[in-house]
Write a protein that binds this ligand. Structure first.
Ligand SMILES: Cc1cc2nc3c(=O)[nH]c(=O)nc-3n(C[C@H](O)[C@H](O)[C@H](O)COP(=O)(O)OP(=O)(O)OC[C@H]3O[C@@H](n4cnc5c(N)ncnc54)[C@H](O)[C@@H]3O)c2cc1C
Length: 337
């Protein structure tokens, strides 16, 4: 187990904000995690479990304990002629899992290629891209209750998944730390989702396979999204708003070319990026913070920005979109501090 005091989180968040943590703890096994959870000092301090820090905005130094999992491993725990169940350590890089599956020609997660972060966070966030979400393949999530220290294995249903939401994100529930996830992948009879965005176009003339789709998704993402290693960012800063059919109709009458997608219960998901672009923010910079020139939904740190400065730009985008469209943007990024 690694324990460090006054630890720089600059490499632990993809905005690359140079904030400090009072303590940083990294564990490799469930036993080590249990020791941390049962520690009296740990229980007294505020703590935050992070993954790759690709969905976090630190507003200040963190005056508590940052915890990180190094639980690795990908193990086939069940296999039939049609499917495999893969158990993955929460500290595995999510994209390594996708690469592993694609190389084996196992289907189900290829659309979720090239999403930064770790497997545990992926399950908590219900990551999604190109018409797929991780909830479609999650079989179970193994997690420790931070208050009772008990391990619980959640079924897919118990995770209560919806758009970028799960049981684990609900602050009314006990806090849980995810240690393993199991995902169900297809070995044949794959069902591919290629009718989203530019994916169909990128795959034209190719035989569909998990690996081909993964390659196409990576190409598209590299052409549209900034690489956090070069330009600090946390991907989409806001969620796509889901609005009532009445509100949608009102906006559609006024803006016939507004992109939209059907959501649950007859509601409609509209593109946050489009709303922001219409307000003229795309490509603008405000000090060291910019709205990415190729994707208005992404805020980038041009170098030297603080969390507060990023939050201020986000606030101004929210206010402007609300006064123009009457639609509230909700951050997808989690503010810390
Ligand atoms: C360039 C870029 C592109 C992106 N594209 C997408 C995309 O297409 N689709 C998408 O959905 N997201 C996308 N994201 C957002 C981000 O990658 C995902 O939200 C990702 O799942 C976050 O993983 P992480 O390991 O970095 O988690 P972190 O950002 O470190 O944490 C996210 C949340 O998970 C919690 N957490 C982390 N690990 C655990 C654990 N083991 N147990 C309990 N809680 C835990 C944290 O407390 C926090 O609440 C993108 C981000 C970037 C930078």
């Amino acid at each position: 187990m690694k324990i460090e005091q006054n630890y720089s989180l600059e490499k632990q968040n993809t905005f690359h904000l140079p904030v400090m943590a009072r303590w940083f703890m990294e564990y490799e096994t469930e036993e080590e995690l249990q020791r941390i959870l049962r520690d009296e000092y740990f229980q007294e301090c505020s703590s935050l479990h992070i993954g790759g820090g690709s969905n976090l905005l630190f507003l200040n130094d963190y005056n508590g304990i940052i915890v990180h999992s190094l639980i690795k491993g990908m193990e086939v725990v069940e296999e039939t002629t049609d499917q495999v169940i893969l158990r993955v350590g929460a500290g595995e890089l999510w994209d390594d899992v996708v690469a592993f599956a694609a190389a084996k020609e196992w289907g189900g997660i290829e659309n979720l290629s090239h999403i930064p972060g770790e497997a545990g966070a992926a399950a908590l966030q219900n990551i999604g891209a190109y018409g797929a979400e991780i909830k479609d393949v999650i079989q179970t999530v193994e997690a420790y209750n931070q208050l009772t220290f008990e391990k619980r294995i959640f079924t897919n249903e118990e995770c209560q998944y919806s758009y970028r939401y799960s049981f684990f994100k609900n602050e009314q529930n006990d806090p849980y730390i995810i240690t393993y996830i199991t995902i169900r992948l297809t070995k044949n009879h794959h069902v591919f989702h290629t009718d989203y965005g530019l994916l169909n176009q990128a795959l034209e003339g190719q035989r569909l396979s998990p690996a081909a789709i993964r390659d196409a998704v990576i190409r598209i993402r590299q052409s549209k999204l900034p690489d956090p290693e070069q330009l600090g960012n946390a991907g989409s800063f806001f969620m796509n708003p889901i609005i009532s059919p009445e509100k949608y109709q009102q906006l559609k009458n006024e803006y016939p070319d507004m992109p939209s997608y059907p959501a649950a219960d007859g509601r409609v998901k509209v593109s946050a990026g489009w709303l922001i672009e219409q307000c003229g923010f795309k490509g603008q910079s405000h000090g060291a913070v910019a709205v990415y020139e190729k994707q208005a939904l992404v805020l980038v740190n041009l170098g030297g920005a603080t969390g507060d400065e990023i939050a201020l730009v986000a606030e101004s985008i929210r206010d402007t979109v609300f006064s123009r469209f009457g639609v509230e943007l909700i951050p997808e990024v989690r503010y810390i501090g």
